[in-house]
Design a protein around this ligand. Sequence first.
Ligand code: GCU
Length: 682
Amino acid sequence: HADDGYRLWLRYDLIKTEAKLARYRQHLQEIVVQGSSPTLKAAKDELKQGLSGLLGNAVNLSAEPSRAFTLVAGTPKSSAFISSLNVSTRLQEAGQEGYLLFTHKTNGRTCTVIAANTDAGVLYGAFHLLRLLQTEQDITSLNLSSAPKTQHRILNHWDNLDRTVERGYSGFSLWDWHKLPEYIDQRYIDYARANASIGINGTVLTNVNANSLVLTEEYLQKVAALANAFRPYGLKVYLTARFSSPLEIGGLKTADPLNPEVQAWWKRKVQEIYRHIPDFGGFLVKANSEGQPGPQNYGRTHADGANMMADALAPMGGIVMWRAFVYDNNVPDDRAKQAYNEFKPLDGTFRKNVLVQVKNGAIDFQPREPFHPLFGAMPRTPLMMEFQITQEYLGQGTHLAYLAPLYKEVLESDTYAKGKGSTVAKVVDGSLHQYTTTGMAGVANIGTDRNWTGHHFGQANWYSFGRLAWDHTLASDQMAQEWLRMTFSNEDAFLQPTRKMMLRSHETVVNYMTPLGLHHIMGWNHHYGPGPWIKDKPRADWTSVYYHRATEKGIGFDRTKTGSNAVAQYFAPVEKLFSSLKNCPEKYLLWFHHLPWDYKVSSGRILWDELCYRYAEGVNEVRDMQQTWEQQQNHVDPERFKHVQTFLKIQEKEARWWRDACLLYFQTFSKRPIPAGLEKPA
Ligand code: GCU
């Protein structure tokens, strides 16, 4: 089964633990999926394929329960059997996409039941059951239910129409525009299956730096073909809409959102889209950011722009995801403040079908950032989370960094918007401000590489993003273990060390790249490797020196009252926490404070020495990861073993590169020696 990772976590190989295998075989003697919609057919096919592989024998499909132990899946509408079980009250809680999974004994027959209100719910339940088997859990007396905590769980592909991928490190775009609409690559189906297996229900096909051509008739036919391929898997298609499209493909002289002709153009365009794709999801828009056109070009606000598109989409049921990642005007005193300053005053002025999509932090997907101050600050506007799954600033395609701990750190941060316990997660899932629409987006790390994500462990970030979008309360450890079990092995001797390695890996990368709150000191533009010396660029905030501010006196960005005062954008308790030198979490120290080189940190060391130790620790931890992996040779097929082994070697080399480059550069300011006992920079 050396598939080089193509099957992702949906491997369905024969279960190795004999006792478990025997029990599963006994309990799952046939599959009954009553109903014939494309989605139920997908569920049926998946169960058949999955169970046959896992159990090592063909499990029969049957129209009615006929064996002593039966698997039954369906909705009360599609299945007389499910409807006879009287689970409608419990199903109400499951909502549109949730499901129940339980064991039901009747007339001497034991049924494993997957019940849902909708066909999509049945499909999600089917994947859950398969996961239980793949991870070798007990299924003899099930009684569980699951429902998503956010409504729109969406991948953002930054894919260009020429198939290059912005910030993509795993080959080219999956969408083969040239062969569409006729040719439907099996990969589209497998992509949809993988997403359905973790509850992702939407995909934005195109780059936020958008090309208006995708909104032309020729491309819409191709988009429709993809939408048709994804539909059975509950996966809706969205597109990025370039604000200036009326000029570029509409022949208009303006894109002013208050101009009636422009409004009429978007209405017609949207109707055209829905003629091709009746369940089209809507638009994702990057406007007035990094040179992209937007409403401000016409003296209008983000709300004017978003509402114009929202009005066109509303009758068709579509949404607008308007991004808050903006920095476009004159270089501000602190770029971190701009999104809040532009968006907060607009709270309550957006249409109902607009979500404002906010990156997890105020700068840009750094290895570590404090949560974005907009979370909690717009009670009357649904805010959607935008995480980055692709590792633009985290070693890109070659470094192992399990990102669930990063996502969790942000989601569990307390905004104090309504007092203690007002976490970012509660903002995003709508419970804090009673948002009626909710969502979470992840910038995809997927491409044409055989294993989809370049690094095998990149799959775990796609996986855990989807799982968290469904249920943000899941622990990083649980998701790591699920993924490891399904992707590699259920053996304890493998699981224990590798899960530890994964759980530590994000912190490791932070250590050798940007410890103690340092940020944006990567190489110019490509963002790979160190570049703390970057200066003299067209904008101050495109340099590294702008962010670290190292001088002979010290290092760090003062964002307190004595500096940019960005801390004032947080609610009072958070502002106090970050402002206070004593209480500011050390991981954000240099994010918020400019400190002398001999400032004493919690370890008792001076700041300069602590930096040296952190960089050294980062390198050492990569070496630990290498050692951990070396022990796994017997548990992993040779292809994947070697692949990860080789990448870890690259990571070790580059961790040293980061350490040496940063320390030698910062040393020109600190003028202090590397503490004794630490490896000297090469
Ligand atoms: C980052 C990234 C860009 C991207 C931008 C965005 O700045 O480097 O490539 O376009 O984020 O999120 O819009």
